[in-house]
Design a binder for this molecule. Structure first.
Ligand code: SF4
Length: 754
C-alpha cells in the first residue's frame, strides 16, 4: 500500500490546527520524523477520509475485544464508519459476532473520551493541558526520578489490547530508549501460565491448534472455560461440529457451557491437578495410551508414570469430591475418543498451581497421542485481542520476537536487526507485575507508565494495589478514557486513540495475524499510541534509535525480521494488504517458499517434532499443593470469579459505554449463591447481602441459583469492587495471580460490617 500524500491544502490545515493546540512548538524542536508524523493528514481529526480508504466503502478488520479475533466489515459513509457487520468469509467467525463485536464502534463516541492531555495541579485536580507541556512533564519527571534513583526506578505496565507494532514500540522505547529494565503487561493476569506451560513442555510458547479443530474433534474437554459466554464464537464453532462430539466441561460451576455439555464434571475448586494426574494414572493402568507416540516424541515418561501413580482413584475421589463413576466415565470418554482436544482458559491459568495444571492437560494430550492431528491438541485459549502479540513482541518477559534477554546471542541478533548498541538491551527479563508492585512498595520503582489497562480495577487485592500506586512519585496513564479507575489516580493522563482509530495487527488465539484499520477519527487531541510513543522518543532524546519506526507498517517489517528463524517466524509475510486479502495468516510463515504452508487452517506439530533441541516434548509435573486460602469457620464460603456475560469485557471501560450492551447484563454487582446456603443464611433472591474477606467487605445482590455448589459463591469480575476481596496468591513459575479461589463470608445485609 502506498503512503497517503498530504495535499498543500491539507498541510496548511494541519499546520493551523497544530498551532492552535500548541504542537507547532514541538515541531520546531523535534526531529523530522515527528514533524512528518504531525503533518500527516488525519492527525487530530483533520481531513475527512481515513487514509488508505475510500469515503463510501466497506472494509474489513479484526475485532478489538477478545482473542477470538473475529473479522468485522466496517461500513463507511462520507469517510466515517457508520456501522459494521461480521465478515462472512473470514475464516475465524464465518459471519458471526458476539454483542461486543456488533457494538464495537459505540465506545469510540463515548462522552468521557480523553480528548486532551491532563495534568494534576497543586490542588490535586486533573486539568487539561497541552501536548508540549505533557511531553515536557513526562520527560522531566521520569528523567528526574532516574537521575536520583537510577534508571531502573521507572517501569511500565502494558496491555494485550493494543496492536503488536505499538506493543513492540512501547517495550523497545521503555527498555532500549529510556533505560528501564522492568516493564510487564496485563497478559500476566491471563496468559502467563499458558506461556510458561508451553515453553517448558514444547520448548516455545506455541498454542498448537487451529479453530477448525473445534469442528473436527470427536471429544472436546473444556477445563475452567465458560466458552459459551467468554468466547461465544468459538462455542458456535463447537456447535458446527458434525461428529456429534462428546463435550466435557470440567468446572466447579454449572456454567452456561456446562449446561450445554454432554458431561459436566463439577470438581471441587482447585482440585484439577489431582484429577488430571488421576486420569493419567487410570489411562496408563488401562493401557489406553499411545506408546509409539510417547516413545518417538516425548521425554521422561517413566518418571511421569511413577509420579501419577500417587494419584490413585481413591485419592482422586477424596480430593475432587467426584464420584468414582464420574471419574471412570471421564476416563472412558478420553480413552474412546479418536480425536480428543483439551481446551483451557482462566479456570486453569489463574491458579496457585496453574502452570502444572496446564501441563497436566498437555501431558494427557501427549500420552494419548492427541496432538498434531486434526481435532486434537492441548489448547490454551487466549483472553485479550492481542495477548499473543504481547507474548511474542511486547519486550517484557521475552526479548522482542520470542527471544531471551539472558542469551547474548539473542541480544546480539536483536541489536543487529534494530541497528542499536547491544549494551542498550537489558540482560535480564522484567520483574513480574506483582514484583514491580513490591519494588514500588520498597521505593525501588518511583515512576510508572501504564498503557491501555486498568489495574486499579483488575489487579488482585485491589486495595493493596491502590495503596502501592499512590506511593509513586509520578504515575502516567495513557488511555482512551480519563475516567478509568486507574486514570483517576494518575498525575498525567495521555489521551489515546482506540481500536478503529489506528492501524496495526493483532495475533489471535490460533496464532492468526489479522489487520486493524483506521475507520474513525480519534476525538480532540487524542493520538494513536504509536504516535505518542514517537513523540515521547523524540522528546526523551532517543528518537534517532527509532528512526526506522516511522509507521505501524514499517514496524511490522521490523518485527518480521526479528522473528526470522524463531518458531514464530513470520518473515515470509507480505504487507497489511496481503494479510487482509488472505483472511489473516497463522504463524509460522517463514521466508523460504518451500517451508511456507498456504493452508488457511494450520496446526503445529503434525510431524511430531517439538521445539526443544532434541525435538521431544517434556512431561512436566510435581506434587499438588493446598489452596493458599481455604475456607474456615470464620470465612466458610469459597469465592469463585469469572466473566459475567458475553456483553461485558473485563473492567468495562468500553462495554459500559454501549446502551445496547448495558441492557444485556445486570447493572448492579451480584453474587451467585446456592439455594441451600441462601436458605441457611436467610437470604432472599435479589436481596442486598454483604461479602467479607480478610481484605475487605463489599455489598452485592443475591442471585440464588443452582449454578454454584453449596459452600461456593461466584461474583463476576466486571464490577469495580470485586477485586477488593481477592487473595493475592500467585503461581510460582508464571507469577499469574490466582483470582479464582479465596475464603469469604456471605451474610444478610443487616449483619454488614465494614
Ligand atoms: Fe469480538 Fe471476541 Fe465477540 Fe468475536 S467473540 S466479536 S472477537 S469480542
Amino acid at each position: 500500500m502506498s503512503k497517503p500524500t498530504p495535499t498543500p491544502k491539507g498541510l496548511a490545515a494541519a499546520a493551523k490546527k497544530l498551532k492552535e493546540i500548541g504542537m507547532s512548538a514541538i515541531m520546531q524542536r523535534t526531529g523530522p520524523l515527528t514533524r512528518e508524523l504531525l503533518l500527516s493528514p488525519g492527525v487530530f481529526g483533520l481531513g475527512k477520509v481515513p487514509e488508505r480508504l475510500k469515503p463510501d466503502q466497506t472494509t474489513t478488520m479484526v475485532c478489538g475485544y477478545c482473542s477470538t479475533g473475529c473479522g468485522l466489515s466496517v461500513h463507511l459513509k462520507d469517510g466515517a464508519a457508520v456501522n459494521l457487520s461480521p465478515t462472512t468469509e473470514y475464516p475465524v467467525n464465518l459471519g458471526m459476532a458476539c454483542p461486543k463485536g456488533w457494538e464495537a464502534l459505540t465506545p469510540l463516541a463515548a462522552t468521557d473520551r480523553a480528548t486532551t492531555p491532563m495534568l494534576r495541579n497543586a490542588a490535586g485536580k486533573l486539568i487539561p493541558t497541552t501536548w508540549p507541556v505533557a511531553l515536557e512533564t513526562f520527560v522531566k519527571k521520569f528523567k528526574g526520578i532516574q537521575e536520583k534513583h537510577g534508571k531502573e526506578a521507572v517501569a511500565f505496565l502494558g496491555t494485550g489490547q493494543i496492536p503488536t507494532e505499538e506493543l513492540a514500540f512501547l517495550g523497545a522505547l521503555g527498555k532500549f530508549g529510556m533505560g528501564m529494565v522492568d516493564g510487564d503487561g496485563n497478559t500476566r493476569q491471563c496468559m502467563a501460565t499458558a506461556v510458561v506451560a508451553y515453553k517448558q513442555a514444547f520448548g516455545f510458547d506455541a498454542p498448537p491448534y487451529t479453530y477448525q479443530d473445534f469442528e473436527e474433534s470427536d471429544t472436546l474437554v473444556l477445563v475452567g472455560s465458560n466458552l459459551c459466554i467468554a468466547h461465544p464464537i468459538l462455542w458456535e464453532r463447537v456447535c458446527r461440529n458434525p461428529n456429534k462430539p462428546e463435550i466435557v466441561v470440567i468446572d466447579p460451576r454449572k456454567t452456561e457451557t456446562a449446561m450445554a455439555a454432554t458431561q459436566h464434571v463439577a470438581l471441587a475448586p482447585k482440585s484439577d491437578l489431582t484429577l488430571f494426574y488421576g486420569i493419567a494414572n487410570l489411562l496408563i493402568e488401562r493401557g489406553a495410551i499411545d506408546k509409539t507416540f510417547i516413545e518417538n516424541h516425548t521425554k521422561d515418561f517413566d518418571n511421569y508414570r511413577m509420579h501419577v501413580q500417587k494419584y490413585d482413584r481413591e485419592r482422586v475421589i477424596l480430593e475432587t469430591g467426584l464420584t468414582g463413576e464420574a471419574i471412570d466415565h471421564l476416563v472412558d470418554t478420553i480413552a474412546r475418543g479418536k480425536r480428543v482436544s483439551f481446551w483451557w482458559t482462566m479456570g486453569v491459568n489463574q491458579s496457585h498451581e496453574g502452570v502444572r495444571a496446564a501441563q497436566s492437560l498437555i501431558n494427557l494430550a501427549l500420552i494419548t497421542g492427541n496432538i498434531g492431528r486434526p481435532g486434537t491438541g492441548a489448547n490454551s485459549i487466549t483472553g485479550q485481542c492481542n495477548a499473543m502479540g504481547s507474548r511474542l513482541f511486547s519486550n517484557t518477559t521475552n526479548l522482542l520476537g520470542g527471544h531471551d534477554f539472558t542469551s547474548p546471542a539473542d541480544r546480539n541478533k536483536v541489536a543487529e536487526t534494530l541497528g542499536i548498541d547491544v549494551q542498550s538491551i537489558p540482560d535480564r527479563a522484567s520483574a513480574s507485575y506483582d514484583q514491580i508492585l513490591e519494588k514500588i512498595l520498597k521505593g525501588k520503582i518511583r515512576g510508572l507508565w501504564i498503557v491501555a489497562t486498568n489495574p486499579a480495577h483488575s489487579w488482585i487485592n485491589q486495595d493493596f494495589f491502590k495503596e502501592v500506586v499512590s506511593r509513586l512519585d509520578f504515575l502516567v496513564v495513557q488511555d482512551m478514557y480519563a475516567s478509568t479507575e486507574t486514570a483517576r489516580m494518575a498525575h498525567l493522563v495521555l489521551p489515546s486513540a482506540g481500536w478503529g482509530e489506528k492501524e496495526g495487527t493483532f495475533i489471535n488465539s490460533e496464532r492468526r495475524i489479522g489487520v486493524l484499520k483506521r475507520v474513525s477519527r480519534a476525538p480532540g487531541q487524542a493520538l494513536a499510541d504509536f504516535q505518542i510513543f514517537r513523540l515521547i522518543a523524540d522528546a526523551w532524546g532517543c528518537g534517532e534509535m527509532f528512526a526506522n519506526w516511522t509507521s505501524p507498517e514499517a514496524v511490522f517489517e521490523i518485527l518480521k525480521k526479528l522473528s526470522r528463524d524463531q518458531p514464530c517466524d513470520i518473515s515470509g509475510l507480505g504487507d497489511y494488504e496481503m494479510l487482509d486479502r488472505k483472511g489473516g495468516v497463522q504463524w509460522p510463515y517463514p521466508a523460504d517458499p518451500t517451508a511456507q504452508d498456504q493452508a488457511q487452517q494450520r496446526r503445529l506439530f503434525s510431524d511430531g517434532r517439538f521445539f526443544h533441541p532434541d525435538g521431544r516434548a517434556r512431561f512436566c509435573f510435581e506434587d499438588t499443593r493446598p489452596m493458599p486460602e481455604p475456607t474456615d469457620a470464620k470465612y466458610p464460603h469459597l469465592l469463585l470469579t469469572g466473566r459475567g456475560s458475553s456483553s461485558q469485557w473485563h473492567t468495562q471501560t468500553r462495554t459500559s459505554k454501549s446502551a445496547v450492551l448495558r441492557k444485556l447484563y445486570p447493572s448492579e454487582i451480584y453474587v451467585e449463591i446456592s439455594p441451600n446456603d441462601a436458605r441457611e443464611l436467610k437470604i432472599s433472591p435479589n436481596e442486598w447481602v454483604s461479602i467479607h474477606s480478610r481484605r475487605a467487605s463489599i455489598k452485592a445482590r443475591a442471585f440464588v441459583t443452582h449454578t454454584v455448589q453449596p459452600g461456593q459463591v461466584f461474583v463476576p469480575m466486571h464490577y469495580e469492587e470485586m477485586n477488593r476481596l481477592t487473595f493475592p496468591s500467585f503461581d510460582p513459575y508464571s507469577r499469574q495471580p490466582s483470582y479464582k479461589a479465596c475464603a469469604v463470608r456471605v451474610a444478610p445485609i443487616s449483619n454488614y460490617e465494614e
